[in-house]
Every structure is written in structure tokens, then in C-alpha cells.
Ligand binder design. Structure first.
Ligand code: NCD
Length: 330
């Protein structure tokens, strides 16, 4: 990627009409979970609760009527793209969906800065998924309108981490004093990176379960330990399954491998079956950001501890809350 032109001075971001709620999110980008404090999470989760009630009672509202979201996706997506779209539609806004960018001028070689500077002329907020780490920040440097990071390569996926944390809160009723095992591709899984950072704000014990070549990056393990958390790295999920409150399993990220033989050697390393769940505690929450490609057998879906489709539903409420917040209507 070669950025072109000059980034906009951040001062320009303050030149907005005053018809908004001053909630600390208005006009802001959402690039990394590092932007969130416990107080900000309480706020977003309470707005998400209101959105849940709103959808259950009325289906939709007109809070964002007249507003336009551009969904700009350079990588495949089912849940993230459609939940942002559903969130905007349920709040009365409209969406310009640009998927996998084959039919846009990106395929003619247009740069990311020029693409976002164009799309912000038509819309009030841009949701961006892109294969390169740091791309969301580059987009935010050039666009005056809010950019929401929907996944930047192996970097971060902040909105997924928000919905994951919100799900934990819903399932267990608390966020402090929990033990979590993260299992699978901890090296490339951006959802793991964002969720680990968010959980570092709470009293959390971490168990990082991965084959050697998919371990969490060493700087992230060090970061967690430096914050005073217990962080244990193991390869065998049996060692921890009976001891954790949350079991967060992830897909091996095939698209990040240059050698598919290496991918094949690790892709089936962990498979959650009913026999394995029998060793977990009665209230352990089983989570997965989805898509699953074999890591959780379908037989586990009947287990009341399987929370992955409840995660999906919560994702829409969290994205409704975020859109309302950055557009100054929450
Ligand atoms: C995740 C992603 O895109 O990082 N998917 C999602 O947004 N729920 C996880 C994955 O693709 O494995």
C-alpha cells in the first residue's frame, strides 16, 4: 500500500455541527481496543443492552435516519459485514456495501487513502476490513469521517472483541476473576489479539493453548504478564479444560499461511467434541468468533454452554451501539 497525498490535520475533525450527544465517541475512529477503558466499556455495553431491548420490542428505530454507512471490505466476511449492515438498517440508516472490492476502482489500482477520501464524500461513517496490519489507522489518518476497524490483517478486530467481552458479561454476569483459555491460531487470530488486550483491563488469568508455530506473539504474552496477569502457555487443551470459565476457540487462519503444507499440519490440532466438553465445568462458556471449519463438532451445538450463536446475535447490538455512539446519537 502506498499512501498518497497528505493526511488530514486532526483539528478538522472538530468542525462538526452541534446536533450530537457528547458521549466521548462522537466523530471518533474505532481502530484498536487500546482506545477503551473500563468506563467506556460500561457505556457501550449499556447502550447495547438498550439496543437489545429496542430490537426485541420494536425491531427497528429511526435514530440514525438520514445517515449513511459505507461497508468497505477487502477481505471476505459474513458476520461482521452483515451485522454492521443490519445494525445500520435497524437504526433507520442506509448502507453502501462494497464487498471484496473486485468491482470497485481498487481493482484498477486505487490507493486506500483515495478510496476512503472518496467514500467519505457519500457517507457519515466507514467500516473497513483490510488484509494489512495498520490499514485502518492509515484510513483514519486520511478520512475526516469516523473509520471503524473491522479487522486489519493479523492486527486487531476491536468490534469482535467488544462483542466477545459483552457475551462473557452476559453469560457469566461478571468480567473480573475469570480464567480464560484461548485455543488455536493465537499467532494470526486478530480476534484473540484484541480480546486479550481488552481482558487485560480486568482481573483475568490467561491460558494460551496453541501448537508451537501458532503461539501468541511473545510481545503480547509479555504485555499481559507486565500488567500483572497470570499467563500460561500450553499445547494440550486437556491440561486446562477442567479449570477455565471461558473456552475461546479459533480457526487456523489459512489465508495467513504461505505454505499450505504447514497449514495442513496444524489445521486439525484442536477439535472440540462432546467427550472433551464432558471434562469442562458445568458453567464453562464455549465461544468462537466463527467461521468454524472443523474446530467444534456440530454435536456440541446442543450443549447449553455453546455460546457462539449467542455471540453472533450480541454482535449486532454492539455494532448498533457503536454506530449510534460515533454518530453522536447514543
Ligand atoms: C474473524 C475474523 O475475521 O478475524 N471472523 C469474524 O469476524 N467473526 C475470525 C476468523 O475469520 O477466523
Amino acid at each position: 500500500m502506498s499512501p498518497q497525498g497528505t493526511p488530514k490535520p486532526h483539528a478538522m475533525r472538530t468542525a462538526r455541527p452541534a446536533d450530537h450527544v457528547d458521549n466521548g465517541f462522537y466523530g471518533q475512529d474505532v481502530i484498536s481496543v487500546r482506545q477503551f477503558s473500563r468506563e467506556k466499556l460500561v457505556y457501550i455495553f449499556s447502550v447495547a443492552d438498550e439496543m437489545r431491548t429496542l430490537v426485541r420490542r420494536f425491531g427497528s428505530a429511526d435514530l440514525l435516519s438520514g445517515k449513511v454507512l459505507t461497508n468497505l471490505f477487502y477481505e471476505p466476511s459474513t458476520r461482521t459485514a452483515s451485522s454492521f449492515m443490519a445494525a445500520m438498517l435497524r437504526l433507520g440508516g442506509r448502507v453502501i456495501p462494497i464487498n471484496e472490492v473486485h468491482y470497485s476502482s481498487v481493482s484498477k489500482g486505487e490507493s486506500l487513502p483515495d478510496t476512503v477520501r472518496t467514500l467519505e464524500c457519500y457517507s457519515d461513517v466507514i467500516v473497513l476490513r483490510h488484509p494489512e496490519v495498520g490499514s485502518a489507522q492509515i484510513a483514519a489518518d486520511y478520512a475526516a469521517k469516523p473509520i471503524i476497524n473491522a479487522g486489519d490483517g493479523q492486527g486487531e478486530h476491536p468490534t469482535q472483541a467488544l462483542l466477545d467481552l459483552y457475551t462473557v458479561q452476559h453469560e457469566l454476569g461478571r468480567l473480573d476473576g475469570l480464567k480464560i483459555a484461548m485455543v488455536g491460531d493465537l499467532k494470526n487470530g486478530r480476534t484473540v489479539h484484541s480480546l486479550t488486550r481488552l481482558l487485560s483491563l480486568y482481573d483475568t488469568e490467561f491460558y494460551f493453548v496453541a501448537p508451537d508455530i501458532l503461539r501468541l506473539p511473545a510481545d503480547m504474552v509479555a504485555e499481559v504478564k507486565a500488567r500483572g496477569h497470570k499467563a500460561v502457555e500450553v499445547e494440550d487443551v486437556h491440561e486446562v479444560i477442567g479449570d477455565v470459565d471461558v473456552l475461546y476457540i479459533t480457526r487456523v487462519q489459512k489465508e495467513r499461511f504461505t505454505d499450505l503444507a504447514v497449514y495442513d499440519s496444524v489445521k486439525d490440532h484442536y477439535i472440540i467434541e462432546p467427550a472433551l466438553m464432558a471434562r469442562a465445568r458445568p458453567n464453562t462458556v464455549l465461544m468462537h468468533p466463527l467461521p468454524r471449519v472443523g474446530e467444534i463438532s456440530y454435536a456440541v451445538d446442543q450443549d447449553p454452554r455453546a455460546a457462539y450463536f449467542r455471540q453472533v446475535e450480541s454482535g449486532m447490538f454492539i455494532r448498533m451501539a457503536l454506530l449510534a455512539a460515533v454518530l453522536g446519537k447514543a
